[in-house]
Ligand binder design. Structure first.
Ligand code: SF4
Ligand code: MG
Length: 331
């Protein structure tokens, strides 16, 4: 069957005074209805750029994005607008996108009226339903954004995204600014809403520990390329790519091998302007051989959907086995 979302050969280069930024390079994946795919990587890995390419907020340099098999690049402005309503985004800091002079009720009423999802007397109960849906109270419709805590404001951001009844939500570091205990509450809320509403999420995060609780599948990005793509349980139990292993080892653990791997990620990640040749991870990879400097490893095929486990490493599967990821913390 046709996936909800399919990205193929997705590439984005930005010219800058310092040189060409190769933000996204030949990225492909699929997302089915009701599924959550996490995009994980350090800053500069291209994950936010991919989110914007999916929503067509920016144009790709090459490659395509399909929703229900329809190529977004081939749609006219009217058809694109209609399709965009089905795709919403939740940002890290909802405060920046919430108008401080508007009550939360007015803010939620706006998209309902704009898209004629509720009119006249039906608006107020529809707003109350949205607030209840995200664990807030109907009375809170009269309040202003500054009267809410960070976690509550993120709930408002989620309610606003849900107002237009989307099918796909891009969560761009949606819980990264919150305290750990509040993060868990918001992740649980997103998981419940997914089930209740049949939503799909593209869940963008720099933190593997966060995506573990919500992702069905995880794509690990390094300097604009997917280096590993696998069902979440497989990725955490048996990570293959040396970079994924290093990222997992950054989750606190007592294991001495994990501590050794963690040292790999010391220092700043290299810049997407001066992308290393071959496998871009080679300057940090303890297993690198000559071939890694010249040849870019391809993600092993048939891994973009379903239960496939893809790895972009020349030496896989000859690498020594990875230490298991630290046990899941109590929540
Ligand atoms: Fe390391 Fe080479 Fe594999 Fe890249 S291709 S991750 S440099 S072993
Ligand atoms: Mg970002």
């Amino acid at each position: 069957s046709t996936p909800l979302l399919r990205a193929t050969g997705l590439t984005k280069h930005f010219p800058t005074p310092g040189g060409m930024v190769r933000a996204v390079e030949d990225v492909g994946f699929e997302l089915n209805a009701g599924e959550t795919l996490a995009l994980v990587g350090e800053s500069g890995s291209g994950k936010s750029t991919i989110g914007r390419l999916i929503l067509r907020l920016i144009e790709p340099t090459a490659g395509r994005v399909e929703i229900d098999g329809q190529d977004l690049g081939a749609l006219g402005p009217r058809a694109l607008r209609a399709l965009r309503r089905q795709m919403q985004i939740i940002f890290q800091d909802p405060y920046g996108s919430l108008n401080p002079r508007m009550t939360v009720g007015a803010m939620l009423a706006e998209p309902l009226r704009l898209h004629r999802l509720a009119t006249g007397k039906a608006v107020e109960p529809a707003v109350a339903d949205l607030l209840r849906l995200v664990g807030l109270l109907p009375e809170q419709a009269r309040r202003y954004p500054h009267e809410f805590s960070g976690g509550q404001r993120q709930r408002v951001g989620i309610a606003r995204a849900l107002a237009v009844e989307p099918r796909l939500i891009v969560c761009d570091e949606a819980v990264s600014a919150l305290d750990v205990s509040i993060q868990a509450q918001i992740v649980n809320l997103l998981a419940d809403l997914r089930k209740a509403r049949g939503l799909s999420y593209l869940f963008i995060s720099h933190d593997l520990a966060v995506v573990r609780h919500i992702a069905d599948r995880v794509a690990v990005l390094y300097l604009g390329r997917i280096v590993e793509l696998a069902p979440a349980a497989q990725l955490f139990a048996a990570p293959r790519h040396p970079y994924t292993r290093a990222l997992l080892s950054a989750i606190p653990a007592a294991d001495p091998q994990a501590r050794r791997d963690r040292a790999l990620l010391a220092g700043e990640p290299p810049s997407p302007i001066n992308r290393p040749t071959g496998c871009a991870f080679h300057p940090r990879c303890p297993y690198a051989v000559e071939r890694c400097r010249t040849e870019t490893p391809a993600l092993t095929s048939s891994s973009t959907a379903g239960t496939g486990h893809g790895t972009a490493c020349h030496l896989w599967p000859e690498l020594p086995p990875a230490p298991p990821a630290p046990a899941e913390p109590e929540t």
